[in-house]
Design a protein around this ligand. Structure first.
Ligand SMILES: [Cu+2]
Length: 310
């Protein structure tokens, strides 16, 4: 996983935006050079010199005025046409039903795959080479979904879904982020996009569809009991655990299969999971998950249980 780079497009959609940006930049630089160059030339060529007569004075020049109206007009028309083409490539109309629904929450992303029924958080998998129609929504405030290498950025508006297309030319891991200030932990609202071969993607979907296995031996079984009795179920779902179906917070059915905890703030290791459970407010101040003051033993049990959710 590397830092995201808007200047390194990895999909036809992102490339359309990048190409438009490059052409526009070239045009702007040329205009700057011509205008600034003309000024600099005139300053030196026509500077007042000792003993020289006053230059000829005149007002209005039809020829020059037509030229400096027509040329900028043509430039604007040219950029307008390129922009329309770019918009058409980067942002075609959405599919009738989305392949993926991404919902912003303070401060994490929910991901639903309507066709298969997969529900996950903060890490989406996509088949490489295939464009996916993504519907973007929000549960609370405005967020903005942006994976610079794969797609345009798009605001998520509560109750007013927007759509984008996302695609990756080749397998890889791409990083995205919330790019509209949405509260204290806005900067830690990352999304990981894992693009993989279609067969691997299919296998991932099948694995995600499995309900969680019930922990039967300690300490994980004790951890499961703690999960069921510590109000976790008010916010989190774990398919396979009776009553655990809230979606106020990330679905934990396969939390151990994800790369990160807390939308990017920690790498997902058992040690970091324990740290998170010990004190989420310390790890991610202002996060919408309370501290529980668990004992060391309880933390070990919960960590052991969550580690079974692969
Ligand atoms: Cu946000």
């Amino acid at each position: 996983m590397h830092a995201s780079n808007a200047l390194d497009p990895q999909s036809p959609q992102a490339r359309a935006i990048y190409d438009l940006g490059i052409v526009a930049t070239i045009v702007f630089v040329l205009i700057f050079v011509v205008v600034a160059g003309g000024i600099v030339y005139a300053i030196f060529r026509f500077r007042g010199r000792e003993g020289e007569p006053e230059p000829k004075q005149f007002a209005g020049n039809e020829k020059v005025e037509i030229i400096w109206t027509v040329i900028p007009f043509l430039i604007v028309v040219f950029l307008f046409a390129l922009t329309l083409r770019g918009m058409n490539r980067a942002d075609p109309p959405p599919a009738p039903s989305p392949d993926l629904v991404v919902t912003g929450h303070q401060f994490w992303w929910q991901a639903d795959y309507p066709a298969s029924g997969v529900v996950t958080a903060n890490e989406i998998h996509i088949p490489a080479g295939k464009p996916l129609s993504v519907r973007l929504d929000s549960k609370d405030v405005l967020h903005e979904f942006w994976v610079p290498e794969l797609a345009r950025k798009m605001t998520t508006v509560p109750g007013q879904p927007n759509n984008i297309w996302i695609q990756a030319d080749k397998p890889g891991v791409y990083l995205g982020t919330c790019s509209e200030f949405c509260g204290t932990q806005h900067a830690w609202m990352r999304i990981v996009v894992v693009a993989e071969e279609p067969s691997k993607f299919e296998a991932w979907q099948q694995a995600q569809l499995q309900p969680a296995q019930t922990a039967t031996s300690d300490p994980a079984a004790k951890g499961l009991a703690l999960f069921q009795t510590s109000t976790c179920m008010n916010c989190h779902a774990i398919r396979g655990v009776p009553g655990a179906n809230a979606i106020v917070a990330p679905d934990l059915t396969h939390v151990a299969s994800r790369k990160q905890i807390g939308a990017g703030i920690l790498e997902n290791t058992p040690a970091n999971m324990r740290k998170w459970l010990k004190n989420p407010q310390h790890v991610k101040p202002g996060v919408l998950m309370p501290d529980f003051n668990f004992t060391g033993q309880q933390l070990d049990e919960l960590t052991a249980y969550l580690d079974t959710l692969r």
